[in-house]
Design a binder for this molecule. Structure first.
Ligand code: PAF
Length: 283
C-alpha cells in the first residue's frame, strides 16, 4: 500500500490502473479511522479491483467555531488500518494541495442541506460537496463508499451525483456500533468517561422511537416527542435536533408511511454526536 500526497501522482496511478482494465473504488474519509471506516474499505475492496482511501481533514466543511484544529489525526495508525483492510492507496494531501489560496469555486445545493445538521452548520454541506466533487474528479472512481451514520451527507451526495451526472455508484454502508450501542465516530475520542456513558442516550432514545414505529405507531410527532423526552433524562445531553424526515426529500413528516429517516444530533458536553435509524430502508 502506498501513501500518496499529490494529485498528480494519484492521477498517474489511477491512469495506470485504468490502462490495466481495473475498476476503482474510493472511500472518502477525514482520517482517524475506526471499525466503521474499516467496514467501508473492506466492502470497497470486495467490489473493486483497486481501492483509494482519501484521508483529509477538509477545512471547508468546518464552521468558524468548530473543531478543525483539534480534529484528531494519526496517519500512521490510519495507514495500518487501511493496509489491513486491503486498500491500495491512501491519498493524504495537505490543504494547500487540495485548495488554491485564492480558491473561489464551491459546489452547493439549495435543497436537502437546510434542515437537520444544515440548520446549525449552514456551510458544512457546501464544504462536503466541494471536497467530494474534487475527490471524484481526481480519482474518477466507479464506486464511492459512505457510512449511513452521516445519513444527510449520504442523501446529499447521492443527489449531487445525480444532479451533476457524475456517473459514480454511491454505496451506503450500515452504521457500525460499539458493543454498548454507541455509533462509531472519530469524535467519540473527545468524550471523557462520564460523557462516554452519557452518549449512550442517543442510541437508547432512537431505539425507543424505532420500537414505537415497529409496534405500529404512525404519528411522527408522537415518536419524535418520545425520543426527545427520553433524551432529556440524560443531564449531560443537549439536543441540537431530533427529526423524522422523508427518506428522499429530508422534509419533516407528520405521518409514518413510506421510507423515513429518524435522525438526531446531540451535544454531550462540548462534543456534538449524530445518530439515526431508517424505517423501510432509506438507503
Ligand atoms: O464523512 C466524512 O468523513 C467527510 O464528510 C467526507 C465525506 C470525507 C468529506 O470530507
Amino acid at each position: 500500500m502506498q501513501i500518496v500526497t499529490t494529485i498528480e501522482e494519484l492521477r498517474s496511478i489511477v491512469k495506470w490502473w485504468r490502462g490495466e482494465g481495473h475498476s476503482v473504488g474510493l472511500v472518502p474519509t477525514m482520517g482517524y479511522l475506526h471499525e466503521g471506516h474499516k467496514s467501508l474499505i473492506v466492502k470497497a475492496v470486495s467490489e473493486n479491483d483497486r481501492v483509494v482511501v482519501s484521508d483529509f481533514v477538509n477545512p471547508t466543511q468546518f464552521g468558524v467555531n468548530e473543531d478543525l484544529s483539534s480534529y484528531p489525526r494519526d496517519i500512521n495508525r490510519d495507514a495500518a488500518l487501511c493496509e489491513e483492510a486491503g486498500a491500495d492507496v491512501i491519498f493524504h494531501p495537505e490543504p494547500e494541495e487540495m485548495y488554491f489560496s485564492d480558491n473561489c469555486t464551491f459546489v452547493d445545493m439549495d435543497r436537502l442541506t437546510k434542515g437537520l445538521c444544515g440548520k446549525t452548520r449552514p456551510t458544512h454541506f457546501r464544504g462536503v460537496c466541494t471536497v467530494v466533487s474534487k475527490l471524484f474528479n481526481i480519482v474518477t472512481p466507479d464506486r464511492a463508499y459512505f457510512g449511513q451514520k452521516d445519513a444527510q451527507q449520504l442523501a446529499v451526495i447521492r443527489r449531487m451525483v445525480r444532479d451533476m451526472n457524475f456517473g459514480i455508484d454511491i454505496v451506503g454502508c450500515p452504521i457500525v456500533r460499539e458493543e454498548d450501542g454507541l455509533a462509531m465516530s472519530s469524535r467519540n475520542t473527545y468524550l471523557n468517561p462520564k460523557e462516554r456513558k452519557a452518549a449512550l442516550i442517543l442510541h437508547k432514545s432512537l431505539s425507543l422511537g424505532e420500537e414505537m414505529i415497529q409496534a405500529g405507531e404512525k404519528d411522527a410527532v408522537k415518536v419524535k416527542n418520545a425520543i426527545v423526552k427520553n433524551m432529556k433524562t440524560e443531564p449531560l445531553a443537549r439536543i441540537d435536533y431530533v427529526e423524522l424526515v422523508d427518506g428522499e426529500t429530508l422534509e419533516p413528516v407528520e405521518t409514518i408511511e413510506g421510507p423515513i429517516l429518524a435522525a438526531t444530533a446531540v451535544y454531550i458536553g462540548k462534543t456534538r454526536l449524530i445518530d439515526n435509524f431508517s424505517y423501510h430502508s432509506v438507503f
